[in-house]
Design a protein around this ligand. Structure first.
Ligand SMILES: [Mg+2]
Length: 349
């Protein structure tokens, strides 16, 4: 780098820190010294974002920092945790003060939003790669896990899904300045600006559902945040819950119950809603299961959250489905079993 590592950290990352009593020593020594409150367990997660893989090469550093924080905090939310501390590993191809200034301002803004103190970091030179490690707390033994789903549990998700994939598609099409489209069912020209902005914001600036995750403690039997797409993420719950319980589980999903935003409804035809909602990914909503006996309690706490949520299906024993064990999710359209061929897609290819 044109300037030393210490200058870079000092200039951009050591001021505007969130002050927390549990940070005994933050940036500036060989290690941070931190106090875990009595009765709490640590939850720890790391996410890496690589240029051209997780964000577009011309992405605004404000958005990149926003998303870097949100995707990590979202993992803490999925455990029902309270985020506390972050450390940042920054690999940059060159010293770009404009980029660093915008990135660090946005990073600090997001860390303040969630009450997280930056307690350490490292910088190196190379292809732009951003790694954030987040640590948070959860009450002893109370963390939401992926492994607790049981047959009969109801499947829910928060918010709306599929928006982020549509937002990314809009950005890429604008980048390419081409009319190439995923399918001929997409009509970007007639999409209202407000809908476009909403979908793009859902991709660039997701919100981690911290309060919702915490409210689900003691109510949800399993939980995961939606990063890869509902179809993939639900399989994680099914796989690990099946393994832990020793009972092979599958899921029935009702397509007509999927929460599709009005913006996404305007963007793609109804036939494509499941593709975006189930395979799109990057929505950072919570997908969770609740036993029937906890359903009333769930309705009470979600009403307090003020966040839309949808009952989209049920967990079932594989034996009950009359289908092969290899197909873990069965899709229904207005209660009629339907076949659904979801295409994975990689926008960066
Ligand atoms: Mg996750």
């Amino acid at each position: 780098m044109a300037t030393g590592e210490f200058d870079l950290i000092g200039q951009y990352f050591t001021h505007k820190l969130v002050s927390r009593d549990d940070v005994i020593a933050g940036i500036g020594d060989d290690c941070a010294i931190l106090s875990v409150p009595a009765g709490k367990q640590l939850v720890v997660t790391t996410d890496t974002m690589v240029i051209g893989v997780h964000f577009l090469a011309d992405a605004d550093p404000v958005d990149v920092a926003h998303k870097l924080v949100a995707v990590n905090i979202s993992d803490i939310a999925a455990m029902g945790g309270q985020p506390a501390w972050a450390s940042l590993a920054l690999t940059l191809p060159n010293y770009d003060s404009g980029w660093l200034s915008a990135f660090s301002d946005s990073l600090h803004q997001q860390l303040h939003r969630y009450g997280v103190s930056l307690i350490g970091g490292d910088t190196t030179k190379g292809q732009m790669t951003l790694t954030l490690t987040l640590q948070g707390f959860v009450e002893q033994g109370k963390a939401l896990r992926r492994c607790g789903a049981q047959a009969g549990d109801l499947i829910y998700c928060s918010g709306t899904i599929g928006d982020a994939a549509a937002g990314l598609k809009l950005l890429i099409d604008a980048d390419k300045k081409t009319t190439e489209k995923l399918t001929e069912n997409i009509d970007e020209e007639s999409l209202a600006d407000a809908d476009k902005d909403f979908l793009i914001a859902r991709h660039q600036r997701p919100t981690a559902r911290i309060a919702t995750g915490q409210a689900l403690i003691g109510i949800a039997s399993s939980c995961i945040d939606l990063s890869d797409g509902l179809a993939s993420d639900l399989k994680h719950i099914l796989n690990v819950s099946s393994r832990v319980s020793g009972v092979a589980l599958s899921a029935n999903i009702e397509l007509s119950a999927l929460p599709i935003s009005t913006a996404l409804q305007s963007y793609v035809s109804k036939a494509l809603w499941p593709q975006y909602a189930l395979a799109g990914g990057d929505d950072y909503e919570l997908l969770f299961t609740v036993s029937a006996e906890n359903q009333a309690q769930l309705e009470t706490i979600m009403a307090e959250q003020g966040l839309p949520y949808s009952h989209i299906g049920e967990i079932v024993n594989v034996e009950q489905t009359e289908k092969t064990e290899t197909q873990q999710i069965h899709y229904f359209n207005d209660k009629q079993l339907t076949s659904l061929a979801l295409q994975g897609w990689d926008h960066f290819q």
